[in-house]
Structure formats: structure tokens, C-alpha cells
Design a protein around this ligand. Structure first.
Ligand SMILES: [Fe+2]
Length: 230
């Protein structure tokens, strides 16, 4: 599997230091190719009200218990990332593997608390499972043009690739501080679930998320989307 790390925030310039989940450290990463950058910035812009509402709600949570230091630290980290426009700011571009491969079940790091997966080529099976009162499992098939919005930090999932190579973009929180990112990476306690709780409420209104339709149609043309990649 070939991988590249990009950032998707126009204001961060040609290269910017962000936390790279697969390396577990802050590293300089290049700006995404122009059309990927345009797609993500347009996606942020057309859904601006939603991000503002999420940020305000996180602030309300924070202000309820200002003396709870770990809780405040977590909420400040998320609020800062929304305000710096770092959500979907870290992109892991994946290509491959070009053969059938069954990955292990896992949960992602905290940058996957808010995650958008964009499939540009190939097909892969994504299985999800969780336990509440009873076990829950679901499988979905991703192929070119499919986009999902999710929180793979919070539940187990597993991917199976086929012979046709997959090209996909995993867009996650672009955390700016390594110490903070490592601290939050395994934080799945009460505070995190409280922060997640509000996001879950919004995502239940999935129709509120608007994809710029002309840009989505570009996703079907992988060559065009990455045509000017560096
Ligand atoms: Fe994952």
C-alpha cells in the first residue's frame, strides 16, 4: 500500500507541520493537490453553519465544567482545531495494494474522531462493529465516488481490499501539537464520549451536510482530480 500525507487547509501554505497519525509525530506535510484542496475547502464552506454549531456546542460543554482540567483540555483541543479549520485538514492518500488483502480489526487514532473517506478508484469492503446492549455489525462496499463521514476512532472496523487497486483519501483532524495529539490518542473515556455525543446528534441529521455537486462529479474522474498532483 502506497501512502502520502497532505494537508488541506489553504491558509497553511505549501508545507505545514501537523500530526501524522501513521507516524505518530508532527511532521511537515505538503499541501494537497489543488483540486483536492478545492474540494475540501468547498465542503467546509458550504457546511459552515454546521461546523459553527459544533464549535459552539463544544464551548457550551467546556463552560459547564471549567475546573475539570482533562475535560477542558480535550474540548479546547477540538475547539481550536475547528477554529483553525483543521477538520479534514490531515489527508492520508492511499493507493493499493493491488491484491486481495484482509486487514485486521482496529480503531483509528483520535484524528479519526471526525473523518471523511473519499474513494477515487477500486473497490473495498468496510466492516464496522460495536457493542451496546447487543453486538452490531455492518458491511459496506466502497467504490469510486463514494464518500462517508464517520468516527472510526470510536468503533472497530476492518477493511478488505480486492485485486483492483484502491485509491482513497482519508481526511482527518489536523492536530497541530504532538504532545496534545498523543495525549488524546487513546482517550475514550467519559469526556470523549460526551464530546462525541453532540457530534452524533448532528450526524443523525446527515442531510444537513451538503456536498458541492459539481465537485462531487469530479470525484468520478480520478485522473482529473489528481491531474495536477505534484
Ligand atoms: Fe482504520
Amino acid at each position: 500500500m502506497l501512502k502520502a500525507d497532505w494537508h488541506s487547509v489553504p491558509g497553511w501554505g505549501a508545507t505545514f507541520d501537523i500530526f501524522v497519525p501513521r507516524k505518530n509525530k508532527v511532521l511537515p506535510v505538503r499541501q494537497a493537490p489543488p483540486r483536492v484542496l478545492a474540494f475540501l475547502e468547498a465542503f467546509r464552506t458550504v457546511n459552515e453553519e454546521l461546523w459553527l454549531e459544533m464549535t459552539e456546542s463544544l464551548k457550551v460543554l467546556r463552560d459547564q465544567k471549567p475546573d475539570d482540567i482533562p475535560r477542558t483540555r480535550l474540548l479546547d483541543l477540538l475547539i481550536e482545531d475547528f477554529e483553525e479549520r483543521g477538520f479534514f485538514g490531515a489527508i492520508e492518500a492511499q493507493a493499493g495494494p493491488g491484491r486481495r488483502k484482509e486487514m485486521h480489526w482496529h480503531k483509528d487514532g483520535a484524528t479519526g474522531l471526525l473523518h471523511m473517506g473519499i474513494t477515487l478508484q477500486g473497490q473495498r469492503r468496510l466492516r464496522l462493529r460495536a457493542w451496546t446492549d447487543e453486538a452490531w455489525e455492518q458491511e459496506v462496499f466502497m467504490s469510486a465516488g463514494h464518500i462517508y463521514l464517520s468516527s472510526p476512532f470510536l468503533f472497530e472496523h476492518q477493511v478488505t481490499y480486492r485485486e483492483d487497486p484502491t485509491v482513497a483519501l482519508m481526511c482527518r483532524f489536523g492536530f497541530l501539537d504532538e504532545e496534545q495529539a498523543l495525549w488524546v490518542n487513546h482517550l475514550r473515556g467519559r469526556n470523549m464520549f460526551e464530546a462525541r455525543g453532540d457530534q452524533k446528534r448532528w450526524f443523525s441529521y446527515g442531510f444537513l451536510l451538503v456536498f458541492p455537486s459539481w465537485l462531487v462529479s469530479f470525484l468520478r474522474f480520478f485522473g482529473f482530480l489528481l491531474g495536477s498532483s505534484q
